[in-house]
Structure formats: structure tokens, C-alpha cells
Design a protein around this ligand. Sequence first.
Ligand SMILES: Cc1ncc(COP(=O)(O)O)c(C=O)c1O
Length: 336
Amino acid sequence: MSDAPVDLRSDTLTRPTDAMRAAMASAEVGDDVYGEDPTVRRLEERVAELLGHEAALFCPTGSMANVLAVRTLVGVGQEILCESRAHIARAELGAHAAYTGLTMRTWSDPAGGVDLTALDDLFAPDLGPYFVPTVALAVENTHNFAGGTVVPLADLEALRAFADERGARIHLDGARIWNAHVATGVPLATYGGLVDVAAVCLSKGLGAPIGSLVVGSVDAVAESRVWRKRMGGGMRQVGVLAAAGLHALEHHLERLADDHVHARLLAEACGVDPAGVATNIVVVPVVDAPAYVARARAAGVLVSAVGPRTVRLVTHLDVARADVERAARALAVLAA
Ligand SMILES: Cc1ncc(COP(=O)(O)O)c(C=O)c1O
């Protein structure tokens, strides 16, 4: 058995499998800026269909897909509301402000979900000339920093009704919507049907080396295509990358259930209630996160600090059951 560290820092760390590399090597390609890469087109059509939307746009990163999708809903000097630990608010380095000129206000929910009472207090479409108008709401499913939590379907339906009553639109940061789908059995198109636009990632649990997509109407995607180019994100023979995404969708979607089982095993070893672990992310409260990360590393397990007293463990394709068991044994003896 390998004694290399078990790397639980992120599900973005996966390396393409041999079968994925073979699919990439044999991909048919063309110039995607000219709309002539058949593999990219196939991927865009497939993802749009899965999410129940008209169209999709291949992007290099989830951050770019989020920026492009959100900017189809929110203009300069307008605001979007999101949960306080949302990736769009915390981890995109101000991209939405820098590129789109929008502002954000946030509500807080322990599980990273929807709080309609808080939203009702925040929502202000037209308070007069001194106030930023609210035009959109964002939801993250699964929610990364809340610990891979799944936003319940009933809450998403209530959010849709809330938005419709107020003429607002909804963005889904669905970087890990695949995990929510596998954990709950809710069809991807049901999740997609409750939002106006979405960003989804192939480069997280699905194990592709790169790739995210904006999903939405034909018009939203056409607008995103122009802005992607404007931002320097026009790509050429990227069918080799799209092929990895298509392979991932075909071969790595259902196996996410294994990652979810593995995450619950790790939670138990770390003294976290496994019943609260919905998908592939475990958030562990500790006394001193940097010190815990160092001790875990010394014990052969790589984890990341996501707050001064919080560490995060993420299971993925490159962490087999035996690695998980080895990590669980090592973490069980580390005091928090
Ligand atoms: C919820 C969520 N959204 C968006 C992103 C951004 O993806 P990328 O790293 O490809 O920009 C991430 C990345 O971890 C994420 O966790």
C-alpha cells in the first residue's frame, strides 16, 4: 500500500484517468471561437439538456462561469443577494464587482441554505435614488464552505416563488450540483428548472482536469459568449478538454455516491456527526486550524483550513476506500 499522503484538500485535485486521457487524445476538434469545435458543441448540448435549459457555454473555470452567468441577471450598480459564505461572495476575489460593477448583500444560514425571512428583509428593488436595487438572488448547491450541504428542494421551490412574486431572477452556483443530484435523487433538470442561469463545474468531483459551463437561455448564453471573449476566455481547439468533461459525465457521475460514503467515514473518525454530512465535504471544528493542518500532514493526511477554527476534508475520485480508511485511522488519533 502507498504511504503517499492522503490528499483531502479538495476535489479539484483529481488527475485524469487513463480512460479520460484516451478520450481526450482521440477528440475531434475545431476552432471554438468560430463555433467549430464539435466536441465542445456536444458537451454544451449535453449539459444544457441535463440541466433542462436551452443552451450552455464551455468556460475554463467555475469562477468565470459564475461571473458570466450572474452578469446576465445583474447590471452595473445593481445588487444580487446570496448566503454569506457563498463562493461568489467569498472566493472569487471580487470578480463580480470588478468586471460587472455589481454589489452583493448577504444573509447567513448555518447550512448555507435559503432564509426567506432574512431575504424578505434584504430585498429592496426600488427604495429610491440612494439605494442599490436588488434584481437577483443566488443559491449555491451544494454549498462548499457550509460543508457540502444540499439545499432542500422545497426551499428552492419557495425561493423560486419568492423571486417570481418580486420579479427577481435566480442564479445557481452549481459547481457541485452533481453531488446534490446523486445524494438526493432529485433530477438535474429539476434543479435547473428552478433557476434562470447556472454555473456548473466538471473539474470538481467529476474529475475532469478543467471545465465549467454557463447554463441558461439562448440569449443568456449568447451574451455570455461575447463576454467570455471580451474577458480573454475565447478558446480554440478545446475539444480535447471538452472530451474529458463528456467522459466525466458518462463515467464519474454515479460514483459520487462512493465519495459521499467516504466523507461520512471520515466525519465519524473526526468526531463529526456523519448524519450531517450530505455529500463529499466534511467541515471539522478545531481549536486551531493551522496547527491541526500541520499535525494532520505529519500523520500523512492533507486537509485545508477554511477558517481560523475550521478545517475541511473533501473526498474525491483519487481517494480510494483504502486511503479513506488510512486517513480515518490517522485523524481519529488527532485531538481537535
Ligand atoms: C461552489 C463553488 N463555486 C465556484 C467555484 C469556482 O471554481 P473554479 O475554481 O473553477 O474557478 C468553486 C471552486 O472551488 C466552488 O467551490
